[in-house]
Write a protein that binds this ligand. Structure first.
Ligand code: SF4
Ligand code: SF4
Length: 554
C-alpha cells in the first residue's frame, strides 16, 4: 500500500505497511482501485458530456465514491468491493450509450485508443486485489506529475464530500459533477505542468462553488446559523450521540426521537448543528458532548448510549472499548461489524428506530465537562453585526483577524494552535470553522466590545462563510485586494476536505497562508516551490515568531 493523503501520514512521507490512522493494506488497495475505476468512468463521462448524453446519476456516484475514500470515512472492505463493481457497471452502461451516440453523430464506429482505466474489467474479487497492486499512487513514476495529480484527486475528494451533502438536500449542479469527471480524466492524460497546475486551481474554483451550493442547501433547509450558547454538560435521560457533518440525518434523528424520552447530543463536527434555528427548537436537543474526532475511543465509551456516525471521522475501535454494539454508520460511512442504517427511500426518511430502541436500554451519559460554548458566527450572523465589527476595526479595538480554520488531529504539535490562541494580543479576533476549533474553543478569551474573540462559523465547509465575511470586509473598506485586509490565515489541516478549502482560498487570491502542523507529504519540492512563488504558502513555525509576523501583516 501507499497512502499519503492526510497530515498524519507515516514520517510525513507515506503509509506503506498500515495506515497511521489504522487503515489496513487491503482497504487502502481497494480504495486505490476504486479511484482507478472512477478515472475510467470519467474518461467516458467526459466524452459522453461532449455528446450531451451525461446524466446526474454518474456524477453523484463519482462524488459519493470519492467521499468513501476520505480519511476515516469508511473502513468496510465489502462496501469498496460493491462500489468497484457498481463503478464498472456504470462505466459499461455509459460506454454503450456513448458508442451508440457517437456512431449516430459521426456515421462510424468510435476507434480512439483509451486509457487502461477505461478498458480494464473484472468481476472477480481476487483479481481486484491483484490489480490494485499495479495501479496505486506510485504507479505514476515522475514525482512532480504524481504530486500534481494527487493534489488534484485529494482536493476532488473534499469537493465530492460537499457535493454529496448538498445533493442529499436536493441541491445538485451538473457542472460540479462534470468537473469531477474532467479532473479525474485529466489524470489519465500526459499534461504539462502548467496544465496540471491550472486544473488544480480550477478545483479551487469548483470548491468555492460547491461550498456556496452547500451553504445555500443548509441555510434554505434549516435557516441561518445564529449566535448560540451550547451546553457541554449532560442531563439524566439516556442519549444518542450524533457525529459527522450530515444535517439531514440530524433533522430526521431529532424528529424521530421527539417525545421518546431520549436526548440528542452532537459530537465532533456536528457541534454546529446546535446553531441552526430548525434544530434549536427541539427541547430534547441537549447540546454537545466531548471534543474533536480523535477523542472518540474515550468519549464514546463514557457516553453510554448509541452513536450515529453520519460521515467521517470514525476511528478504529480499541480492544478495551465496549461500544462496538452501540455504534451505527449511515450514508457513505462504514465500519466492519457496525450496523449500517440504509439510505432513505425516495420521499421518505431514514429509519433510526433501532438506534432509538437501543438508547432506551442504555444508561444516561457520564458528565465529562460542564459549562457552555458560544458559536453560530456564519456569514449571515457576522454580517448582521457588520457595523459593530467595522467600527471596532476603524477605532483600532480590533487590530487583526486570524483565521484558524481546518481540522484537529492527534499530534502534539497541534498544541501550537492552542498556544497561538492563548498568546494572540487581546485586540485580535479568531475566525474558525471545522474541528480545528476544539484546540481553543473552550478557552476563555473574552470579547471586544461584545464581539467574542473566537467566532465559530461552523463545520469545515462553513469556511465558505469565512471567505464571504472577508470579501464583505474588503468591500466595506474599499480595498482592491483581499490581502490588504487586517487578516492572517493560520490553518490546521488533517484530511482532504481541508485541502479543498485550501485550494478554495488560493483560488480567491489569499496569499501568505500558514499551514500546519506539517506541510502535505503529497506536495513535491517542485510543486511546493510553485505554491510558495505564487501564493507565499509557508509552514507554521514557532508560536511567538508566527504571532509577531502575523501582527506585522506577514
Ligand atoms: S489516511 Fe493518512 S494515516 Fe491513513 S493510510 Fe492514508 S496517509 Fe496514512
Ligand atoms: S474538519 Fe476534517 S478532521 Fe475534522 S471532523 Fe471534519 S472531516 Fe474530520
Amino acid at each position: 500500500m501507499f497512502c499519503f493523503q492526510c497530515q498524519e501520514t507515516a514520517k510525513n512521507t507515506g503509509c506503506t505497511i498500515k495506515g497511521v490512522c489504522g487503515k489496513p493494506e487491503e482497504t487502502a488497495n481497494l480504495q486505490d482501485l476504486l479511484i482507478y475505476v472512477l478515472r475510467g468512468v470519467s474518461v467516458y463521462g467526459e466524452k459522453a458530456k461532449e455528446l450531451g448524453i451525461l446524466d446526474k446519476k454518474t456524477g453523484l456516484f463519482i462524488a459519493q465514491s470519492l467521499f468513501t475514500t476520505i480519511t476515516n470515512a469508511n473502513w468496510d472492505n465489502q462496501r469498496f468491493i460493491s462500489l468497484i463493481k457498481e463503478g464498472l457497471k456504470n462505466r459499461e452502461e455509459l460506454k454503450a450509450k456513448f458508442l451508440t451516440a457517437y456512431k449516430e453523430k459521426n456515421g462510424e464506429e468510435f476507434s480512439e485508443q483509451l486509457h487502461h482505466s477505461a478498458t480494464w474489467y473484472s468481476d472477480n474479487e481476487a483479481e481486484f486485489h491483484e490489480k490494485a497492486k499495479e495501479i496505486g499512487i506510485l504507479a505514476t513514476e515522475n514525482e512532480d506529475v504524481r504530486s500534481l495529480r494527487e493534489l488534484l484527486i485529494i482536493g476532488l475528494k473534499g469537493v465530492a464530500a460537499y457535493a454529496d451533502h448538498a445533493a442529499i438536500l436536493g441541491f445538485e449542479k451538473e457542472d460540479i459533477y462534470a468537473f469531477l469527471m474532467e479532473a479525474l480524466a485529466s489524470t489519465t492524460k500526459d499534461l504539462s505542468v502548467d496544465e496540471m497546475v491550472a486544473m488544480v486551481m480550477k478545483c479551487g474554483e469548483v470548491a468555492v462553488n460547491t461550498m456556496a451550493l452547500l451553504d445555500e442547501a443548509n441555510t434554505s433547509a434549516y435557516g441561518h446559523p445564529e449566535i448560540t450558547e451550547v451546553n457541554l454538560g449532560v442531563r439524566n435521560n439516556p442519549g444518542i450521540l450524533i457525529s459527522g457533518h450530515d444535517l439531514k440525518d440530524m433533522e430526521e434523528l431529532l424528529k424521530q426521537t421527539e417525545g421518546t424520552g431520549i436526548d440528542v447530543y452532537t459530537h465532533g463536527e456536528m457541534l454546529p448543528a446546535n446553531y441552526y434555528p430548525a434544530f434549536k427548537k427541539y427541547d430534547h436537543f441537549a447540546g454537545n458532548y466531548g471534543g474533536s474526532w480523535w477523542h472518540q475511543n474515550k468519549e464514546f465509551e463514557s457516553f453510554n448510549g448509541p452513536i450515529l456516525m453520519t460521515t467521517n471521522c470514525i476511528i478504529p475501535i480499541k480492544k478495551n472499548n465496549t461500544y462496538q454494539d452501540r455504534i451505527f454508520t449511515t450514508g457513505m460511512t462504514g465500519y466492519p461489524g457496525a450496523k449500517h442504517i440504509p439510505d432513505r427511500p425516495e420521499s421518505g426518511a431514514k429509519d433510526f428506530s433501532e438506534i432509538i430502541e437501543l438508547a432506551k436500554k442504555c444508561d444516561s451519559p457520564i458528565e465529562i465537562e460542564t459549562g457552555k460554548i458560544v458559536g453560530g458566527f456564519a456569514h449571515n450572523q457576522v454580517l448582521a453585526l457588520a457595523d459593530k465589527v467595522v467600527d471596532a476595526v476603524k477605532s483600532g479595538a480590533i487590530k487583526r483577524f486570524v483565521v484558524m480554520a481546518g481540522c484537529d488531529g492527534r499530534q502534539k504539535a497541534r498544541n501550537y494552535f492552542t498556544e497561538v490562541a492563548e498568546q494572540l494580543p487581546k485586540d485580535t479576533v479568531i475566525l474558525t470553522a471545522g474541528c480545528a476549533k476544539y484546540r481553543y474553543n473552550k478557552l476563555d478569551l473574552g470579547d471586544i466590545g461584545g464581539i467574542p474573540r473566537i467566532l465559530d462559523a461552523g463545520q469545515c465547509n462553513d469556511s465558505y462563510s469565512l471567505a464571504v465575511i472577508a470579501l464583505k470586509l474588503k468591500e466595506v473598506f474599499e480595498l482592491d485586494d483581499i490581502n490588504d485586509l487586517p487578516i492572517s490565515f493560520d490553518i490546521g489541516w488533517y484530511e482532504q476536505k481541508a485541502v479543498a478549502v485550501l485550494l478554495a482560498l488560493l483560488f480567491l487570491g489569499v496569499k501568505g497562508i500558514r499551514l500546519g502542523p506539517t506541510l502535505p507529504a503529497f506536495v513535491s519540492p517542485t510543486v511546493l516551490n510553485v505554491l510558495v512563488d505564487k501564493f507565499d504558502i509557508k509552514p507554521t513555525g514557532e508560536v511567538e515568531a508566527d504571532i509577531e509576523a502575523m501582527m506585522a501583516g506577514n
